[in-house]
Design a protein around this ligand. Structure first.
Ligand SMILES: [Zn+2]
Length: 384
């Protein structure tokens, strides 16, 4: 598809969604759906954010805490299993809701946690200890970065030669990197591929660490501890190295990714870790081995990215989460959280292979000089 036409179509689609969400909100549909959910018995809504600094998170928090009973994730899930007896909590008829952020980006510290503390709104962040330890760029940002940082004009990968002064080749290489990293059969294979590629592109080894002020870099342990001390942030596990668990070939590696994540977090934070979030998190990304590993590792609950609400009879290790994004208008979040409109899929070029990953407007050489991103792959692959 022509890129210009794709951008026009995407903008029209976003406008249509915003218009429909406004209609749902002002017509009373959203309020009706919220009321209906309250009447349906015990429910817990879990929202799933990733980045925190690319929109107006404040307006989301203000809306959500007004219309839902925002609780720490574990408290909401405990109430779901064992309802509170008497007291003020039971008089509050609003549906319990938990706010979760995946991956542990630096902007969770600079934006989400600060806002949570200011508005006294609890959040849960799912951490990846392997990336906190190394401080390296998350693998889903590598496609964009290696193309931008390349010091050569031509590279051959998997018998395919890419001319990096051609926009189509930049996009194709970024797409290939994203796919190879995502579908890797082991973490070692993923890292070996990325290291070999960087070498082929003449990228120095030091270039794998983002700058300290990069909002997309991994959190540090010191930042995590400061957030926890503030009292409005709790943490869950998100695997040691964020592989897609169902794609790993060795069940023993799946087990390590799940159980050692909990151990590492508890060692660093000094508190029990009882929740796990599956990387990427749809059914096809989880698999039977991961489900079993999560149960054996002793996590009380595990969350997916399968959309929907949670009820007392929900599988505690396959809980549903509703996608949310700070770049969206709060009325869109209001409509989706209420279950009215719209489902998140198809809103953007979020999946690898869609045109969104290659929003390239100038050559790699120009981009390398100007410091502009080669692709919008960050947005395109942020739902991990
Ligand atoms: Zn993730």
């Amino acid at each position: 598809m022509d890129l210009h036409r794709w951008h026009i179509r995407t903008r029209m689609h976003a406008f249509a969604i915003r218009f429909c969400a406004a209609f749902a909100y002002y017509s009373g549909l959203v309020a009706l759906a919220r009321w209906w959910t309250q009447r349906c018995g015990r429910r817990v809504i879990i929202l799933n954010y990733h980045r925190a600094s690319n929109g107006d998170l404040r307006s989301h928090f203000l809306y959500l805490r007004r219309h839902y009973r925002v609780l720490p994730l574990e408290q909401a899930l405990e109430e779901l299993c064992v309802p509170a007896q008497g007291g003020a909590r039971t008089r509050d008829r609003r549906t319990p809701l938990a706010l979760t952020f995946d991956d542990g980006y630096h902007d969770h510290y600079t934006h989400a946690a600060r806002l949570a503390t200011e508005l006294q709104t609890p959040i849960t962040i799912f951490l990846i200890p392997g990336y906190i330890d190394s401080g390296r760029r998350f693998w889903w940002h590598e496609g964009e970065q290696v193309v931008r940082q390349a010091q050569v004009d031509t590279v051959t990968v998997d018998s395919q030669t890419y001319q990096l002064d051609r926009l189509e080749d930049q996009r194709a290489l970024a797409r290939l990197v994203a796919q190879r990293a995502r579908f890797a059969r082991s973490v070692a294979a993923r890292e070996e591929f990325l290291a070999d590629l960087r070498q082929s592109l003449g990228i120095p080894a030091t270039a794998v660490t983002p700058a300290d002020d990069d909002p997309s870099r991994p959190l540090t342990w010191a930042e995590a501890r400061r957030m926890e001390e503030a009292g409005w942030v709790t943490f869950g596990a998100h695997s040691v190295n964020h592989p897609v668990l169902s794609y790993l070939s060795d069940p023993a590696e799946i087990k390590r990714e799940v159980s050692e994540c909990r151990t590492a977090l508890e060692d660093q934070l000094g508190r029990p870790v009882r929740t796990f979030a599956y990387p990427i998190g749809k059914v096809e990304h989880i698999g039977d081995h991961a489900l079993q590993a999560v149960r054996e590792a002793g996590y009380g609950w595990a969350v997916s990215t399968i959309p929907g609400y949670n009820a007392p009879d929900s599988d505690p290790h396959l809980l549903r989460r509703t996608y949310s994004d700070t770049s969206e208008h709060w009325r869109v979040v209001a409509a989706r959280t209420a279950g009215v409109w719209p489902p998140p899929e198809g809103v953007r070029g979020i999946h690898i292979g869609l045109p969104g990953i290659g929003a390239v407007r100038s050559s790699a050489r120009h981009r390398r000089r100007s410091g502009q991103p080669v692709t919008d792959g960050n947005k395109g692959s942020s739902r991990v």
